[in-house]
Each structure stands twice: as structure tokens, then as C-alpha cells.
Design a protein around this ligand. Structure first.
Ligand code: BG6
Ligand code: MG
Length: 220
């Protein structure tokens, strides 16, 4: 039986990719190269430093470690400036309704995000009260596809991996769920998230009944 749902934050509950994008683009411009929205796709679900590595690879730059830390800090300061203006209107379609339904049905809810800025986003959008447990980038050591973030979430909720379902928009996140021994719902395109048990275009297309279907579908 499914007792808990673990949610990724960026791209599942809120659309922060656009803010990550303009902050990374600003850094790229400062460094003298162009960073496109298509390039930004490669950063979804990827940790801050791994994102910087991809950006630098695109720009053909190989700075020293200390410089890289400065660049990441600069990008993050811009990003924090952007997300500090977020409010509940930036919650993605279907998210609130699903969270409410899960609560009403006694299903536990955890956050499983790579972001070190998750708390600020949850507070600004008013989502914090929905969560029984919050695991973010300040608590984990290993980034997705490592299963750490979801395993920690399930442990703190007091459920087994088999009783948990993960909602993810990134391939690395779906892989992390699989490696944690959890079923997953992919939010996005089947071409990218085919490994997930169910793929829907957005949370607005997901219904509680589908969670029940998963329970009876023991084959996956
Ligand atoms: C993930 C995002 O949730 O968090 C990535 O999808 C981001 O794009 C990562 O790089 C780390 O976020 P932050 O806020 O700690 O830089
Ligand atoms: Mg995501």
C-alpha cells in the first residue's frame, strides 16, 4: 500500500527553471559566452556545482576551484534575488489540489529536492505547511541520481521504499527513485521520463486514482 508521496520541488511544484536560467545566463554573459534556453535543459535536476561544470564546458572555460566557488556564489546570489519575489501564483497547475487530496486521504508528504534554496521557495509560495518532512540540498551529501534524498525522506516519514512514490520532472530524479526502490511519477514527456511508472504532462493531469492503480500493478 502507498503511504507516502515524495515530491521534487523545481519543475514539479514550482517553475524555478526560468530563474535558474536567467541567473546562469547572466553569469555566462559576464564570462563572455552565450547560454541558451536549450542549454538550460541540461541543468534540470542537476546540483549547483554540477550545473556550473556544464555551463563552463559550454563556454570552454576551465577555471580553478576557488574561482568556481565564487562563480557559483555569484549565480546563487542573483537566483536568491529572483526567487525572493516569488509567491503562491507560481505554484504549478494541479500541485495544490493534489497536495490537499493527499492530506485528506492520510498520505504522508515529503520534499526531496537538490536545492539549498528549497525552504525559501516553500515559504514564499506558502507550500511549507503541506510537508511532514523536508529533505533538501542542505541535508544531503550525494546528488540525484543517488537515491540518498528519497531514502532519507522515507526514513524520516517512517515508511518503506515500497510504500513511497516519487514525483519527478528530471531523468536523474526518476533514476534516483528507482535506485531507492520506489515507484515514480514522471512529470514531463515520456521520451525523457520513460523509466517512470506513469508519465503525465503536469500534476494537473494526475489523479489520486492513478496512485491506487499503482498499488494493484505489482508488475512494476
Ligand atoms: C534542482 C534544480 O532542484 O536544484 C537544479 O532542478 C538546481 O536546476 C539544483 O541546480 C540546486 O539548486 P540550488 O538552489 O541549491 O542552486
Ligand atoms: Mg526538478
Amino acid at each position: 500500500q502507498i503511504k507516502a508521496c515524495l515530491f521534487d520541488l523545481d519543475g514539479v511544484l514550482v517553475d524555478t527553471a526560468k530563474y535558474h536560467f536567467i541567473a546562469w545566463r547572466r553569469l555566462a554573459e559576464e564570462l563572455g559566452f552565450t547560454f541558451t534556453e536549450a542549454d538550460n535543459e541540461r541543468l534540470k535536476g542537476v546540483s549547483r556545482m554540477a550545473s556550473l561544470d556544464i555551463l563552463l564546458e559550454i563556454g570552454g572555460l576551465t577555471p580553478a576551484e576557488a574561482e568556481k566557488l565564487e562563480m557559483a556564489a555569484k549565480k546563487n546570489a542573483w537566483y536568491v534575488e529572483y526567487i525572493s519575489a516569488m509567491d503562491h501564483t507560481e505554484i504549478l497547475p494541479g500541485a495544490l489540489k493534489l497536495l490537499q487530496e493527499l492530506r485528506q486521504n492520510g498520505i504522508k508528504i515529503a520534499l526531496g529536492s537538490a536545492s539549498k534554496n528549497a525552504m525559501m521557495i516553500l515559504d514564499n509560495t506558502g507550500l511549507t505547511p503541506f510537508f511532514d518532512v523536508i529533505i533538501d540540498g542542505t541535508k544531503t551529501v550525494n546528488a540525484k541520481p543517488d537515491p540518498e534524498v528519497f531514502l532519507m525522506g522515507a526514513r524520516e516519514l517512517g515508511v518503506t521504499p515500497a510504500e513511497a512514490v516519487v514525483f519527478e520532472d528530471a531523468e536523474a530524479g526518476v533514476e534516483a527513485a528507482m535506485r531507492a526502490g520506489m515507484r515514480s511519477i514522471g512529470i514531463g514527456s515520456p521520451a525523457q521520463l520513460g523509466q517512470a511508472n506513469i508519465v503525465v504532462p503536469s500534476l494537473a493531469d494526475f489523479h489520486l486514482a492513478q496512485l491506487r492503480d499503482l498499488e494493484t500493478d505489482a508488475s512494476r
